[in-house]
Structure formats: C-alpha cells, structure tokens
Ligand binder design. Structure first.
Ligand code: FPP
Length: 257
C-alpha cells in the first residue's frame, strides 16, 4: 500500500513540477530516449498493451516538436531493440506498423519543420513495409537541416559493437589496417551511426534504471535522467525538466571541474 501511495506521489510530483526556464547556452546537442512503460500505462487502464504503444506514438511527436523548439539538434528514440523480437508476435507486428502509421500522419508536418529522419539498427530483419516507410521518410528529408530525428529500430548495442569488431578484424586480416589504426575515434566512426555526436543526455521513462543494450559505447559520458512517468505521459514539460537538470550538472569527463 505504501508503495502504491509512493508511486502515485512520485508521478504526480513529477507531473506538477513547474516548467523550467532553460539557458540557451547549454542545450544538449544530442538527446537519446529509452521510451519505456507503454505496456504498464495501458495495463493501469485495463487496456491492451498495444494501446500503450499507439499512445506512445503520440508522445514521440510531442518529444520531437519539443526537442526542435528547445534547440536540441539530434533526438534518438529507442523504438525497437534486437531483444524485442522475443515479444508475442501480435505485439511485434503492431510495433512494426507504427513507423509507417506515424510517418503517414506526421511526415508532412515534420518536413515543414525542417526535420531530418534517420534510422539506426539492422534493416535486413525488418518487414519490407517498415523499411519502405523509413526509407521514404529518410529520402524525403535528407536535405533538411533542422532537428535530426533518429529512430533506433532493431537496434542492439552489443551487436553493433560486435559488428564493428568483425569489421576491424577483417581490415586487420587484409592488411587495410594495423592495430595502431584501431583508435577510439576509429571505433566511434565505424559504429552504425557515424554522423551523430555521442548523446549528451539520456532519458529513460518508466521507472527502470538500466540501459537495456542501448548505445553502450556512445553513452560513456552522457548525463542520465530517469523518470517514473510512463512513456505515453511524456511531453514537453518533462523534456524541459530533463534539460534543466542537465544544465545544472557539471560534466567533468573524468577530470576536475
Ligand atoms: C517499451 O515499453 C516500448 C517499446 C518496446 C516500444 C516503443 C515504441 C513506441 C513508443 C512507439 C514508437 C513509435 C514510432 C513512431 C516508431 P514496454 O512495452 O516495454 O512497456 P512496459 O515496460 O510497461 O511493458
């Protein structure tokens, strides 16, 4: 009972925090989000889990528009992990339809707002309809210069690192590289998404305090911000709170401030 009251209090406290004023000088360039809690949000309401995902899709739009307004340059959303294939087929099928549904509804507005859509992950295992929708969105927004909205789809960080190891091993075996060429920069550039800077801020909703195989290399020095709110409840105010907290922190990268 105490847990239930505590959880209710935490959620309400988080929702009612005043919207902070942000300093324009210290906006995180790249924010990455683990969107967790769709299923529990739906369960709490006696609804099927997929309703949570559907509602979560609306929060994706809110987060993207808010990120753009705040001045964030890159927003990476963890939409489907290499481990999410273990879920029931119906749920996986539903999740695989969401990118095209989202893009059918929102692409025109995102184009108007100069947003560029990107994707990181393994396209080869995704259904053709999912890939077709993503490819069309990437093609139509490739010259946009505003917010980069990067979807992690069929993404797994260990697999990403493993593939980079393989690439290095092949290059070493063929003589294209020497061991001295394998630097941190080389590795960073050979992960899936070389064009993105490392995230400055990681947000995870849903109350769990873990990284779930997400951007393990790239998050080495990111600031972490967790909230008990479920993903469908996330919006501009929570993004602003996370950025405000980021602005209060001192990033030392192992050195002294
Ligand atoms: C985790 O919550 C969420 C996911 C695995 C899917 C996230 C997807 C969306 C928010 C929609 C994506 C939209 C687009 C446009 C690609 P969970 O299901 O694990 O929640 P639970 O921990 O409460 O069960």
């Amino acid at each position: 009972m105490i847990n239930i009251i505590q959880s209710w209090w935490n959620k309400n406290k988080a929702q009612k925090l005043p919207v902070p004023t942000l300093s324009k000088d210290n906006i995180p360039r790249h924010v990455a989000i683990i969107m967790d809690g769709n299923g529990r949000w739906a369960n709490r309401r006696g609804l099927p889990r997929i309703v949570g995902h559907q509602t979560g899709m609306k929060a994706v739009k809110r987060a993207a528009l808010a990120a753009d307004e705040i001045g964030i340059e890159y927003l990476t959303m963890y939409a489907f992990s290499t481990e999410n294939w273990k879920r029931p087929k119906d749920e996986v099928d539903f999740l695989m339809r969401l990118p095209e549904e989202f893009l059918a509804m929102e692409l025109e507005e995102l184009i108007e707002k100069n947003v560029r859509i990107q994707m990181m992950g393994h396209p080869e295992e995704l259904p053709s309809h999912t890939i077709a929708a993503m490819e069309e969105a990437m093609r139509r927004t490739e010259n946009n210069t505003g917010l980069v909205l990067n979807f992690a789809l069929n993404y797994g960080s260990r697999r990403e690192i493993k593939e980079t190891f393989k690439e290095a091993a092949e290059a070493l075996a063929s003589g294209a590289l020497t061991p001295a060429d394998i630097t941190e920069e080389w590795i960073g550039e050979h992960l899936y998404h070389t064009a993105l800077p490392d995230p400055d801020l990681l947000i995870r909703t849903g109350g769990e305090l873990r990284l779930s195989n997400f951007m393990l290399w790239q998050l080495a020095y990111s600031e972490l911000w967790f909230t008990d709110l479920y993903w469908p409840e996330f919006g501009r105010d929570q993004l602003a709170q996370a950025v405000a907290e980021y602005q209060r922190r001192t990033r030392r990268y192992g050195g002294l401030s």
